[in-house]
Write a protein that binds this ligand. Structure first.
Ligand SMILES: CCCCCCCCCCCCCCCC(=O)SCCNC(=O)CCNC(=O)[C@H](O)C(C)(C)COP(=O)(O)OP(=O)(O)OC[C@H]1O[C@@H](n2cnc3c(N)ncnc32)[C@H](O)[C@@H]1OP(=O)(O)O
Length: 186
């Protein structure tokens, strides 16, 4: 995707969602925003495309693959069985009491554990289960470290563990089973 403005547009969209989530809105602003968003719906609707033609979540060389569903993480280290990345939960991912939403933490783990689960040449693997333990509050708006390691492979089963840390403090850990798809399996 050389020279595309898409990654910068996704960055602005992330910032917009953080600003929206952290704002106290008056009725005039809500009305203006509704009109602008409605205008954009009209512009985007005719551009609907099949999965293979979409960009959202499918851009390999930008953090988060160019989507805003999950916090963008930046990979610092990666090998065949493990990955380490930094991530920050913006206001859009606030749960309550200054802690990140648990669903957003799970979504992050699904994405990050999916990397070592899918790093080999074999068929793609899908998440069969993802067990998440919330060990301490996941703080907002600061760099955290997320890691994932493929620790066992049994036939089609790939077992992956992950941790989310604020410095040395463990915020959450996860254990996932990813199953290699069979030929023809969706
Ligand atoms: C933010 C967006 C950005 C997008 C940007 C894309 C970027 C690209 C990055 C890639 C990163 C992908 C990471 C995301 C990955 C997903 O999130 S995938 C979406 C969530 N997962 C799903 O939708 C899966 C839904 N489930 C299924 O499709 C099927 O259940 C499965 C997982 C394919 C397994 O079905 P199956 O092949 O029929 O397997 P089955 O014969 O039932 O079981 C095989 C064995 O596994 C065991 N097993 C199966 N399920 C379980 C279970 N839940 N617990 C324990 N054992 C189990 C069975 O007991 C059996 O064991 P054995 O008897 O052989 O010892």
């Amino acid at each position: 995707m050389p020279d595309s403005a898409y990654p910068a547009m996704i960055d602005i969209l992330r910032d917009f969602l953080d600003d929206l989530a952290s704002a106290s809105l008056d009725e005039t602003t809500i009305g203006a925003l509704t009109a602008d968003l409605s205008d954009w719906r009209g512009r985007l609707e005719p551009l609907k495309a099949g999965e293979d033609e979409r960009m959202f979540g499918r851009v390999d060389d930008v953090p988060g693959h160019g989507q805003v569903m999950c916090p963008a993480f930046a990979i610092e280290e990666q090998d065949a069985t493990s990955v380490r990345a930094t991530v920050s939960f913006g206001d859009y991912f606030l749960g309550g009491n200054a802690a990140a939403h648990g669903g957003a933490v799970s979504l992050l783990f699904d994405e990050v554990l999916g990397i070592p689960a899918n790093s080999g040449p074999a068929m793609m693997a899908r998440t069969a289960y993802l067990h998440v333990n919330y060990r301490a509050i996941t703080p907002m708006n600061r760099p955290l470290t997320v890691t994932a390691t493929l620790y066992a492979v049994e036939g089609r089963k790939r077992f992956v563990r992950g941790e989310l840390k604020d410095g040395e403090r463990l915020c959450a850990d996860a254990d996932g089973l990813f199953l290699e798809l069979l030929p023809g399996q969706q």
